[in-house]
Design a protein around this ligand. Sequence first.
Ligand code: SAM
Length: 286
Amino acid sequence: MDKLVVPQNTIEVLQKYQFRFQKKYGQNFLIDTGVLERIVRAARIGKEDCVLEIGPGIGTMTQYLAEDAREVIAVEIDKALIPILEDTLSAYENVTILNEDILKVDLRKLVEERNAGRPIKVVANLPYYITTPILMSLLERRIPLDSITVMVQKEVADRMRSGPGSKDYGALSLAVRYYAEPKLVGNVPPNCFLPRPTVGSAVIRLDCRKEPIAEVSDEKFLFAVIRASFNQRRKTLLNGLGNAPDLGLDKEKIGEALSQMGLSSSVRGETLTLEQFITLANKLKA
Ligand code: SAM
């Protein structure tokens, strides 16, 4: 089968099936060979790997993954794409296509059944309307993952990689760093997709941590503290946390914890590192 990433081949398949793009599913198909090869190289797939692809579209990236991996599971929500995928991927016996919403798939069970519970690799050109929920559900559910190599909006890639003091720093940056180490693979302009998205894109690789970055006494509480700290960005941490009803903390206790950490009572959440948030949450929980 010819490579679908070649624009002419993509157009031919779309015409053959009279496929109509669905905006609600974030369908922007990749039509740039160089970018696709870069993503697959960055994902470092080997013959022993089980790969999960989220949103295969017409199978452009799936073709490359199927050639490198032992097995590929491709989860696609749009049922109009299923007969197309069955056609474009018919030459590959190691691909399973599931017509499901990725947010509703029992991934833990899938990893257990398909890879004997060993970590899998996730590779995707993600639908932009649900990038953050997909990434957060992959990370928070503690599914055995080796790495996640994904195309996302450039702005989301910036938020995932930023640190204290940056305007992009927030709850997503901290959650990503807690579970993984993010690395930028490269930026991708809109003309590499059909149809062209209105925003710039970037490929990011997350190497999932095998061991926790630090000891956390209550993970749920840590993330509630982080969310409350960034809910009202302009407020001091003391006020942000003190006014968060779900935390039930009094300001005196917060002030005491900050002072023990050598931080001023007027410090803002956006200046704290992940390690400092962990220390603070552990102290507040104690
Ligand atoms: N991988 C293809 C490519 O690179 O050309 C398509 C990428 S396109 C940006 C995103 C794909 O995700 C679309 O095929 C879309 O139908 C699918 N999708 C959207 N929401 C989904 C969901 N909740 N679960 C699974 N697939 C989804």
